[in-house]
Design a protein around this ligand. Structure first.
Ligand SMILES: O=c1ccn([C@@H]2O[C@H](COP(=O)(O)O)[C@@H](O)[C@H]2O)c(=O)[nH]1
Length: 279
C-alpha cells in the first residue's frame, strides 16, 4: 500500500503545491447569495468541489463549519469528502483533534479507518496532551496509507504563548513537537506521512525544521495577511516540503466556478514561483 507521504508527493508534483480549504463561513454563504442553512452549506461545498476538486492536490474541509449545522451538516461533510475523493484530490480534514490515547483511538477510527463514513486521507491533530497521546492516530494512519498533520507553530498570534514556552530541557514546546514528528518520519522517502502545521504568518521561526522529513502545511496565506513571498522567510531550506493552504482568498472569488478556478490557479502560481522558481 502506498503511504500518504508518497501519495502527497505525487499529487503535488502532478497538480502543484496547493491546498485549498472549504470554510463555509456565514459571511461567505451570504456573499455567494446562499442561505445560512444546510441547503446553503451543501451548495457551497458542491460548487467548490466542482470548481477545484479535479485540479488541486489537497482540499481541506474545515470540520467546524459543517459541524455547526449538527448531524445534517456532518452528512454534507461526508458527501463532500466522497465527492472530493471521486475527483482525485487528497482530502485533509481540518479537525484538530487530540485527547488521552484511548479517546484518540476513537478519533482515529472516525477519520483514518477506511470503513468509516468520515474516512479521509489525512487529519489535523493537536499535540497539547502530549505527542505520544496521538499514537493511535499515527498507527492507524500508517496501517492504511493515511497522514496526520500536527500543530507546531500556528498562524494565529495567540499560539506563541503556548508553543514558544520553554521546557526544562531548554527546547520550546514547538521544537519538542517538531522533534517527535521528525522521529516518526525517519527514513521515509520521498516524503514522510506525518506533517506539521506551521503558519505562513509567523516570520522567521527560530526553530529547526531541517529533520522533519514530512510535509509542512502552511495556513495563514491570503485572508490572514501572509503572502507567498513570506514562505521563503518562514521555511528557508525546508521550502520543498511546504504545502501552502488558502481558504478565504480563493473562496471569496465564488460562486462563479471559473472565477474560483482562476483564483486557485493564481495562488498556486504565486506559490510555485517561490517554492520551485526554476520550473
Ligand atoms: O495554524 C493554523 C491552523 C489551521 N488554520 C486553519 O486554516 C484555515 C485558514 O483559513 P483562511 O481563510 O485561509 O484564513 C482555517 O480553516 C483555519 O482554521 C489556520 O488558519 N491556522
Amino acid at each position: 500500500m502506498e503511504s500518504f507521504g508518497s501519495r502527497l508527493h505525487r499529487a503535488m508534483a502532478e497538480r502543484g503545491p496547493l491546498c485549498v480549504g472549504i470554510d463555509p463561513h456565514p459571511a461567505l454563504l451570504a456573499r455567494w447569495g446562499l442561505p445560512d442553512t444546510v441547503t446553503g452549506l451543501e451548495r457551497f461545498a458542491r460548487t467548490v468541489v466542482e470548481a477545484i476538486g479535479d485540479r488541486v492536490a489537497v482540499v481541506k474541509p474545515q470540520s467546524a463549519f459543517f459541524e455547526r449545522f449538527g448531524a445534517s451538516g456532518v452528512s454534507v461533510l461526508e458527501s463532500t469528502i466522497r465527492q472530493l475523493r471521486d475527483v482525485g484530490s487528497l482530502v485533509l480534514l481540518d479537525v484538530k483533534r487530540g485527547d488521552i490515547g484511548s479517546t484518540v483511538s476513537a478519533y482515529a477510527s472516525a477519520y483514518l479507518d477506511p470503513s468509516s463514513p468520515l474516512y479521509v486521507d489525512a487529519v489535523t491533530a493537536s499535540p497539547y496532551l502530549g505527542v505520544g497521546s496521538l499514537a493511535p492516530m499515527f498507527d492507524l494512519a500508517a496501517a492504511h496509507g493515511g497522514g496526520v498533520f500536527v500543530l507546531a507553530l500556528t498562524s494565529n498570534p495567540e499560539g506563541a504563548s503556548v508553543q514558544r514556552a520553554v521546557g526544562p530541557d531548554g527546547r520550546t514546546v514547538a521544537q519538542t513537537v517538531i522533534d517527535e514528528i521528525s522521529q516518526l518520519n525517519r527514513g521515509a522517502e520521498p516524503l514522510g506521512s506525518f506533517g506539521l502545521v506551521v503558519g505562513a504568518t509567523i516570520g522567521e521561526t527560530g526553530h529547526d525544521l531541517s529533520a522533519v522529513g514530512g510535509p509542512l502545511l502552511a495556513p495563514g496565506l491570503g485572508a490572514q495577511g501572509a503572502t507567498a513571498a513570506d514562505l521563503r522567510v518562514v521555511f528557508g531550506s525546508s521550502l520543498p516540503a511546504v504545502l501552502p493552504s488558502y481558504s478565504r482568498e480563493v473562496l471569496n472569488a465564488g460562486p462563479d466556478v471559473a472565477a474560483l478556478r482562476a483564483a486557485a490557479d493564481r495562488v498556486r502560481s504565486d506559490c510555485r514561483a517561490v517554492l520551485s522558481p526554476v520550473d
